[in-house]
Design a protein around this ligand. Sequence first.
Ligand code: CKU
Length: 601
Amino acid sequence: MLDYSELYPINNEYRITQNLDGMWYMQFDQESKGIDDGWTNGLPNPISIPVPASFADFFTDHYSRDYCGDFWYEKDFFISKDWKEKETWIRFGSITHRGTVYCNGIEITSHEGGFLPVLANITDATKYGEMNKIVVKINNELNETSLPCGATKVFDNGRKLAKPYFDFFNYSGLQRSVWLLSIPRENIKDYSVDYALNGKDAEVKYEVITTGKNKVKVKLFDADKKIVAEQIGVQGVLQVKDAHLWQVRNSYLYNIVIQIIENEQIIDEYTEKIGIRTIRIDGTKILLNEQPVYLKGFGKHEDFSIFGRGFNWSIVKRDFECLKWSNANCFRTSHYPYAEEWYQFADEEGFLIINEVAAVGMMRSTRNFVAAGEGGNYTYFFETPTVEQLKLSHVRDVQEMITRDKNHPSVISWSLFNEPETITDHAYKYFKDIFEAARSFDPQNRPMTGAFEKNSKPELCKCYPLCDFICLNRYYGWYISGGPEIEEAEILFRDEMNRWEKKNLNIPFVFTEFGTDTMAGMHKLPSIMWSEEYQVEYLKMNFKVFDSYDFIQGELAWNFADFQTTEGIMRVDGNHKGVFTRDRQPKAAAVVFKHRWEKIL
Ligand code: CKU
């Protein structure tokens, strides 16, 4: 169990939040001298920088945009005397990729992994009724023992440069909201729910973890705010008569209210929206509320111009409008857990999410997208002595992700990796442990999966048996036999799918990547690769293949929108496989999806 609460910040009679978003101070520390020079007490020569945001794209010089190494953030804020009787915490939606937090010069906590919340109990370090200072030492270097994987190049002059083994820009900084929390000393630390359907009725099994011994009361309210069930105890079952189920694109949310009661007085309360639904795999079908559902949608990124991976509600809103317009019902949080607000909105909008941990780049290649397409051999990564350390980070990230997101009805599956090497016994041993750990963390026992690239062939892949359904990333017609060779691409694609079919696995397959780089506005008759026409032709070929196999139960295109990557000869200002442009306007392919998905229910 985590030693802090990842519950999303809320305000009520017992809990107060103070949002710290806005301008912060920031300073690069290329020589890592900040600690020796006392920066923990305040930065000597800072600039101003917005939070939440990635810092990279604000700058007009190469050095700052591509900065890699230590850097520091600082914020001053006032804490009221009224907060003294309670615990005070600071909560970062994420610190990318790792950070150490100081409050008034006192070191409070350190956290590794850039896509999950960081919490620090600052009760004793806080000066109540006065100004306080938070300083965060951050580092965005990539290595092979933490997620996502990559390397850091050090030039002779000491400058560092991130060398990701993955295909997205190494955006970093404080990319999600920061909050101060005032919570009761005895508090609700976590809760989980699980569901069983019983004809028209439902059972909501719950478990609550508090930091004390006092009585717990749990109530469930419907969308009209009418109470439907109530229970006493840290665990129990709430019986819901005529339950309204949470359905795809037709959500219904209940409110769970959890209270700690001491001598008939409420001393803490936590409220959240939850949706009653079940999810399981049955043969080749994915069943939501016992009904088959075909996954339609995209792999996404948290990515936009200027603020990079910084959380922004406007992007969320526009993306969901585009998703709905295209008749999608699902997305994968490729290649890391997103800001929590994405899941909250998916809960509201009735979208399904395959929630992916940042286990990407598990191969030693800075152009793994090419290596994977060509069928390169990169088994080395899972034979090194650093792998045990990597496994610890991986399990820890999975634990934090599942703990954070387990109560969202939108989350129907956990993706535990994207495209690692999977054909050796080393890989099997590694992932067996990851899956075992993951299964122990989820009270809802959701289906687990991972995204396999082309080298994970039916005959060679050792890891697919770990998955409840298999996710394939395939680029027949792009990395393999593209353009004039597309007919051959289809033959090769079918050949691979026939080989999977022969295995008779009797589980669903979902395509989690397929797509072509496409320059919006580039037209060509007849088509050539990179034109809008080719993207459409490629998709139509893929659809024919998908529709030939019953066990294919979903298609998540790569990618929802164009996104930024590391510079290189394979990328023109980023990856252009978007069905939408980076500013969320449709390419010709978007209409093709819209029409196809309208007919697939
Ligand atoms: C995508 C073999 C494919 C790997 N896949 C990973 C994803 O992150 C990349 O952006 C390929 C691509 O090349 O567009």
